[in-house]
Ligand binder design. Structure first.
Ligand code: HEM
Length: 240
């Protein structure tokens, strides 16, 4: 609050104190909701695209090749994908930046820790958001090195997505499948709570609608999680 208070007693000739512009928390929450919404849209499309594995190698690899040709020839080869990557990177940074600022503000508002931690499920979910977010970021770094650059993938050939996935999730590398499962479940929890918070920030929630919006957030997160999990599990168990 200090930064909102401007000194009105500045004497003539005395340099006034620097004015800090403090972004309202509701604006930070809005940034979180919009950046999260963009990432969520990407995830839905990504999950649906991944399901092409069930149609065979040609369908999946053809889909990966097609992604690079979107809006051609207006946009050069790979241009749209790079634009999406750029917007994703901006969204990730904006999301983390606003989350960090909101966390600092929450701490400043309560400098003395709770003696007893509240056991309400909602606040438990909110607390796990930070650690969940860290796990998701670590997973995405590994995931990019695994399936985008191919650096950590035993096959790792650009645009041979089907073979890359099979090399990744062979039964012998069960620990990679397990890591993906745990990370995707963390993504699911993050999305469930994030979506619910975003709907509140955007003002779509009221007392009557609360339970329904919570159910919608949970159903959405479960659907996304199951869709993502189906791919590594199907490969590991030899279903594709
Ligand atoms: C568990 C199931 C998943 C599978 C099988 C999978 C598969 C893939 C593959 C094959 C690529 C490379 C695509 C290409 O180069 O054309 C990719 C890229 C990517 N994935 Fe995933 N993914 C999964 C889950 C996730 C999750 C949960 C996230 C985010 C939290 C994510 C975020 C990304 C991102 C950001 C890229 C980079 C896009 C690009 O630059 O081309 N993926 N994924």
């Amino acid at each position: 609050m200090k930064s909102l208070v401007f000194s009105r007693q500045t004497a003539v000739g005395v340099t006034p104190p620097a004015r800090h512009v403090k972004l309202p928390s509701v604006l930070l929450k809005f940034v979180m909701a919009v950046s999260g919404g963009f990432m969520l849209l990407y995830l839905v499309l990504h999950m649906v695209g991944n399901l092409k594995i069930f149609l065979g190698a040609a369908a999946l690899d053809g889909y990966a090749a097609w992604l690079r040709t979107i809006l051609e020839p207006v946009v050069p080869y790979g241009g749209t994908l790079w634009l999406v990557r750029f917007l994703l990177a901006v969204s990730v940074l904006a999301h983390i930046w606003s989350a960090a600022l909101l966390t600092v503000r929450a701490r400043q508002a309560r400098p003395v820790k709770y003696a007893v931690r509240n056991k309400v499920p909602g606040s438990y979910a909110a607390r796990t958001m930070r650690w969940g977010g860290v796990i998701v970021v670590l997973f995405v770094i590994y995931h990019l090195l695994d399936l985008t650059t191919g650096t950590l993938n035993p096959h790792g050939v650009h645009l041979q997505v089907y073979d890359n996935l099979h090399a990744d999730f062979t039964p012998g590398r069960w620990y990679v499948t397990l890591f993906y499962v745990l990370a995707v479940v963390a993504v699911g929890f993050h999305i469930r709570h994030g979506l619910w918070s975003a709907l509140q920030t955007l003002g779509w929630s009221n007392n009557a609608r609360q339970a329904r919006l919570k159910a919608v957030s949970t159903a959405f997160a479960v659907l996304l999680t199951v869709g993502f999990l189906s791919v590594p599990l199907a490969v590991t168990f030899g279903l594709v």
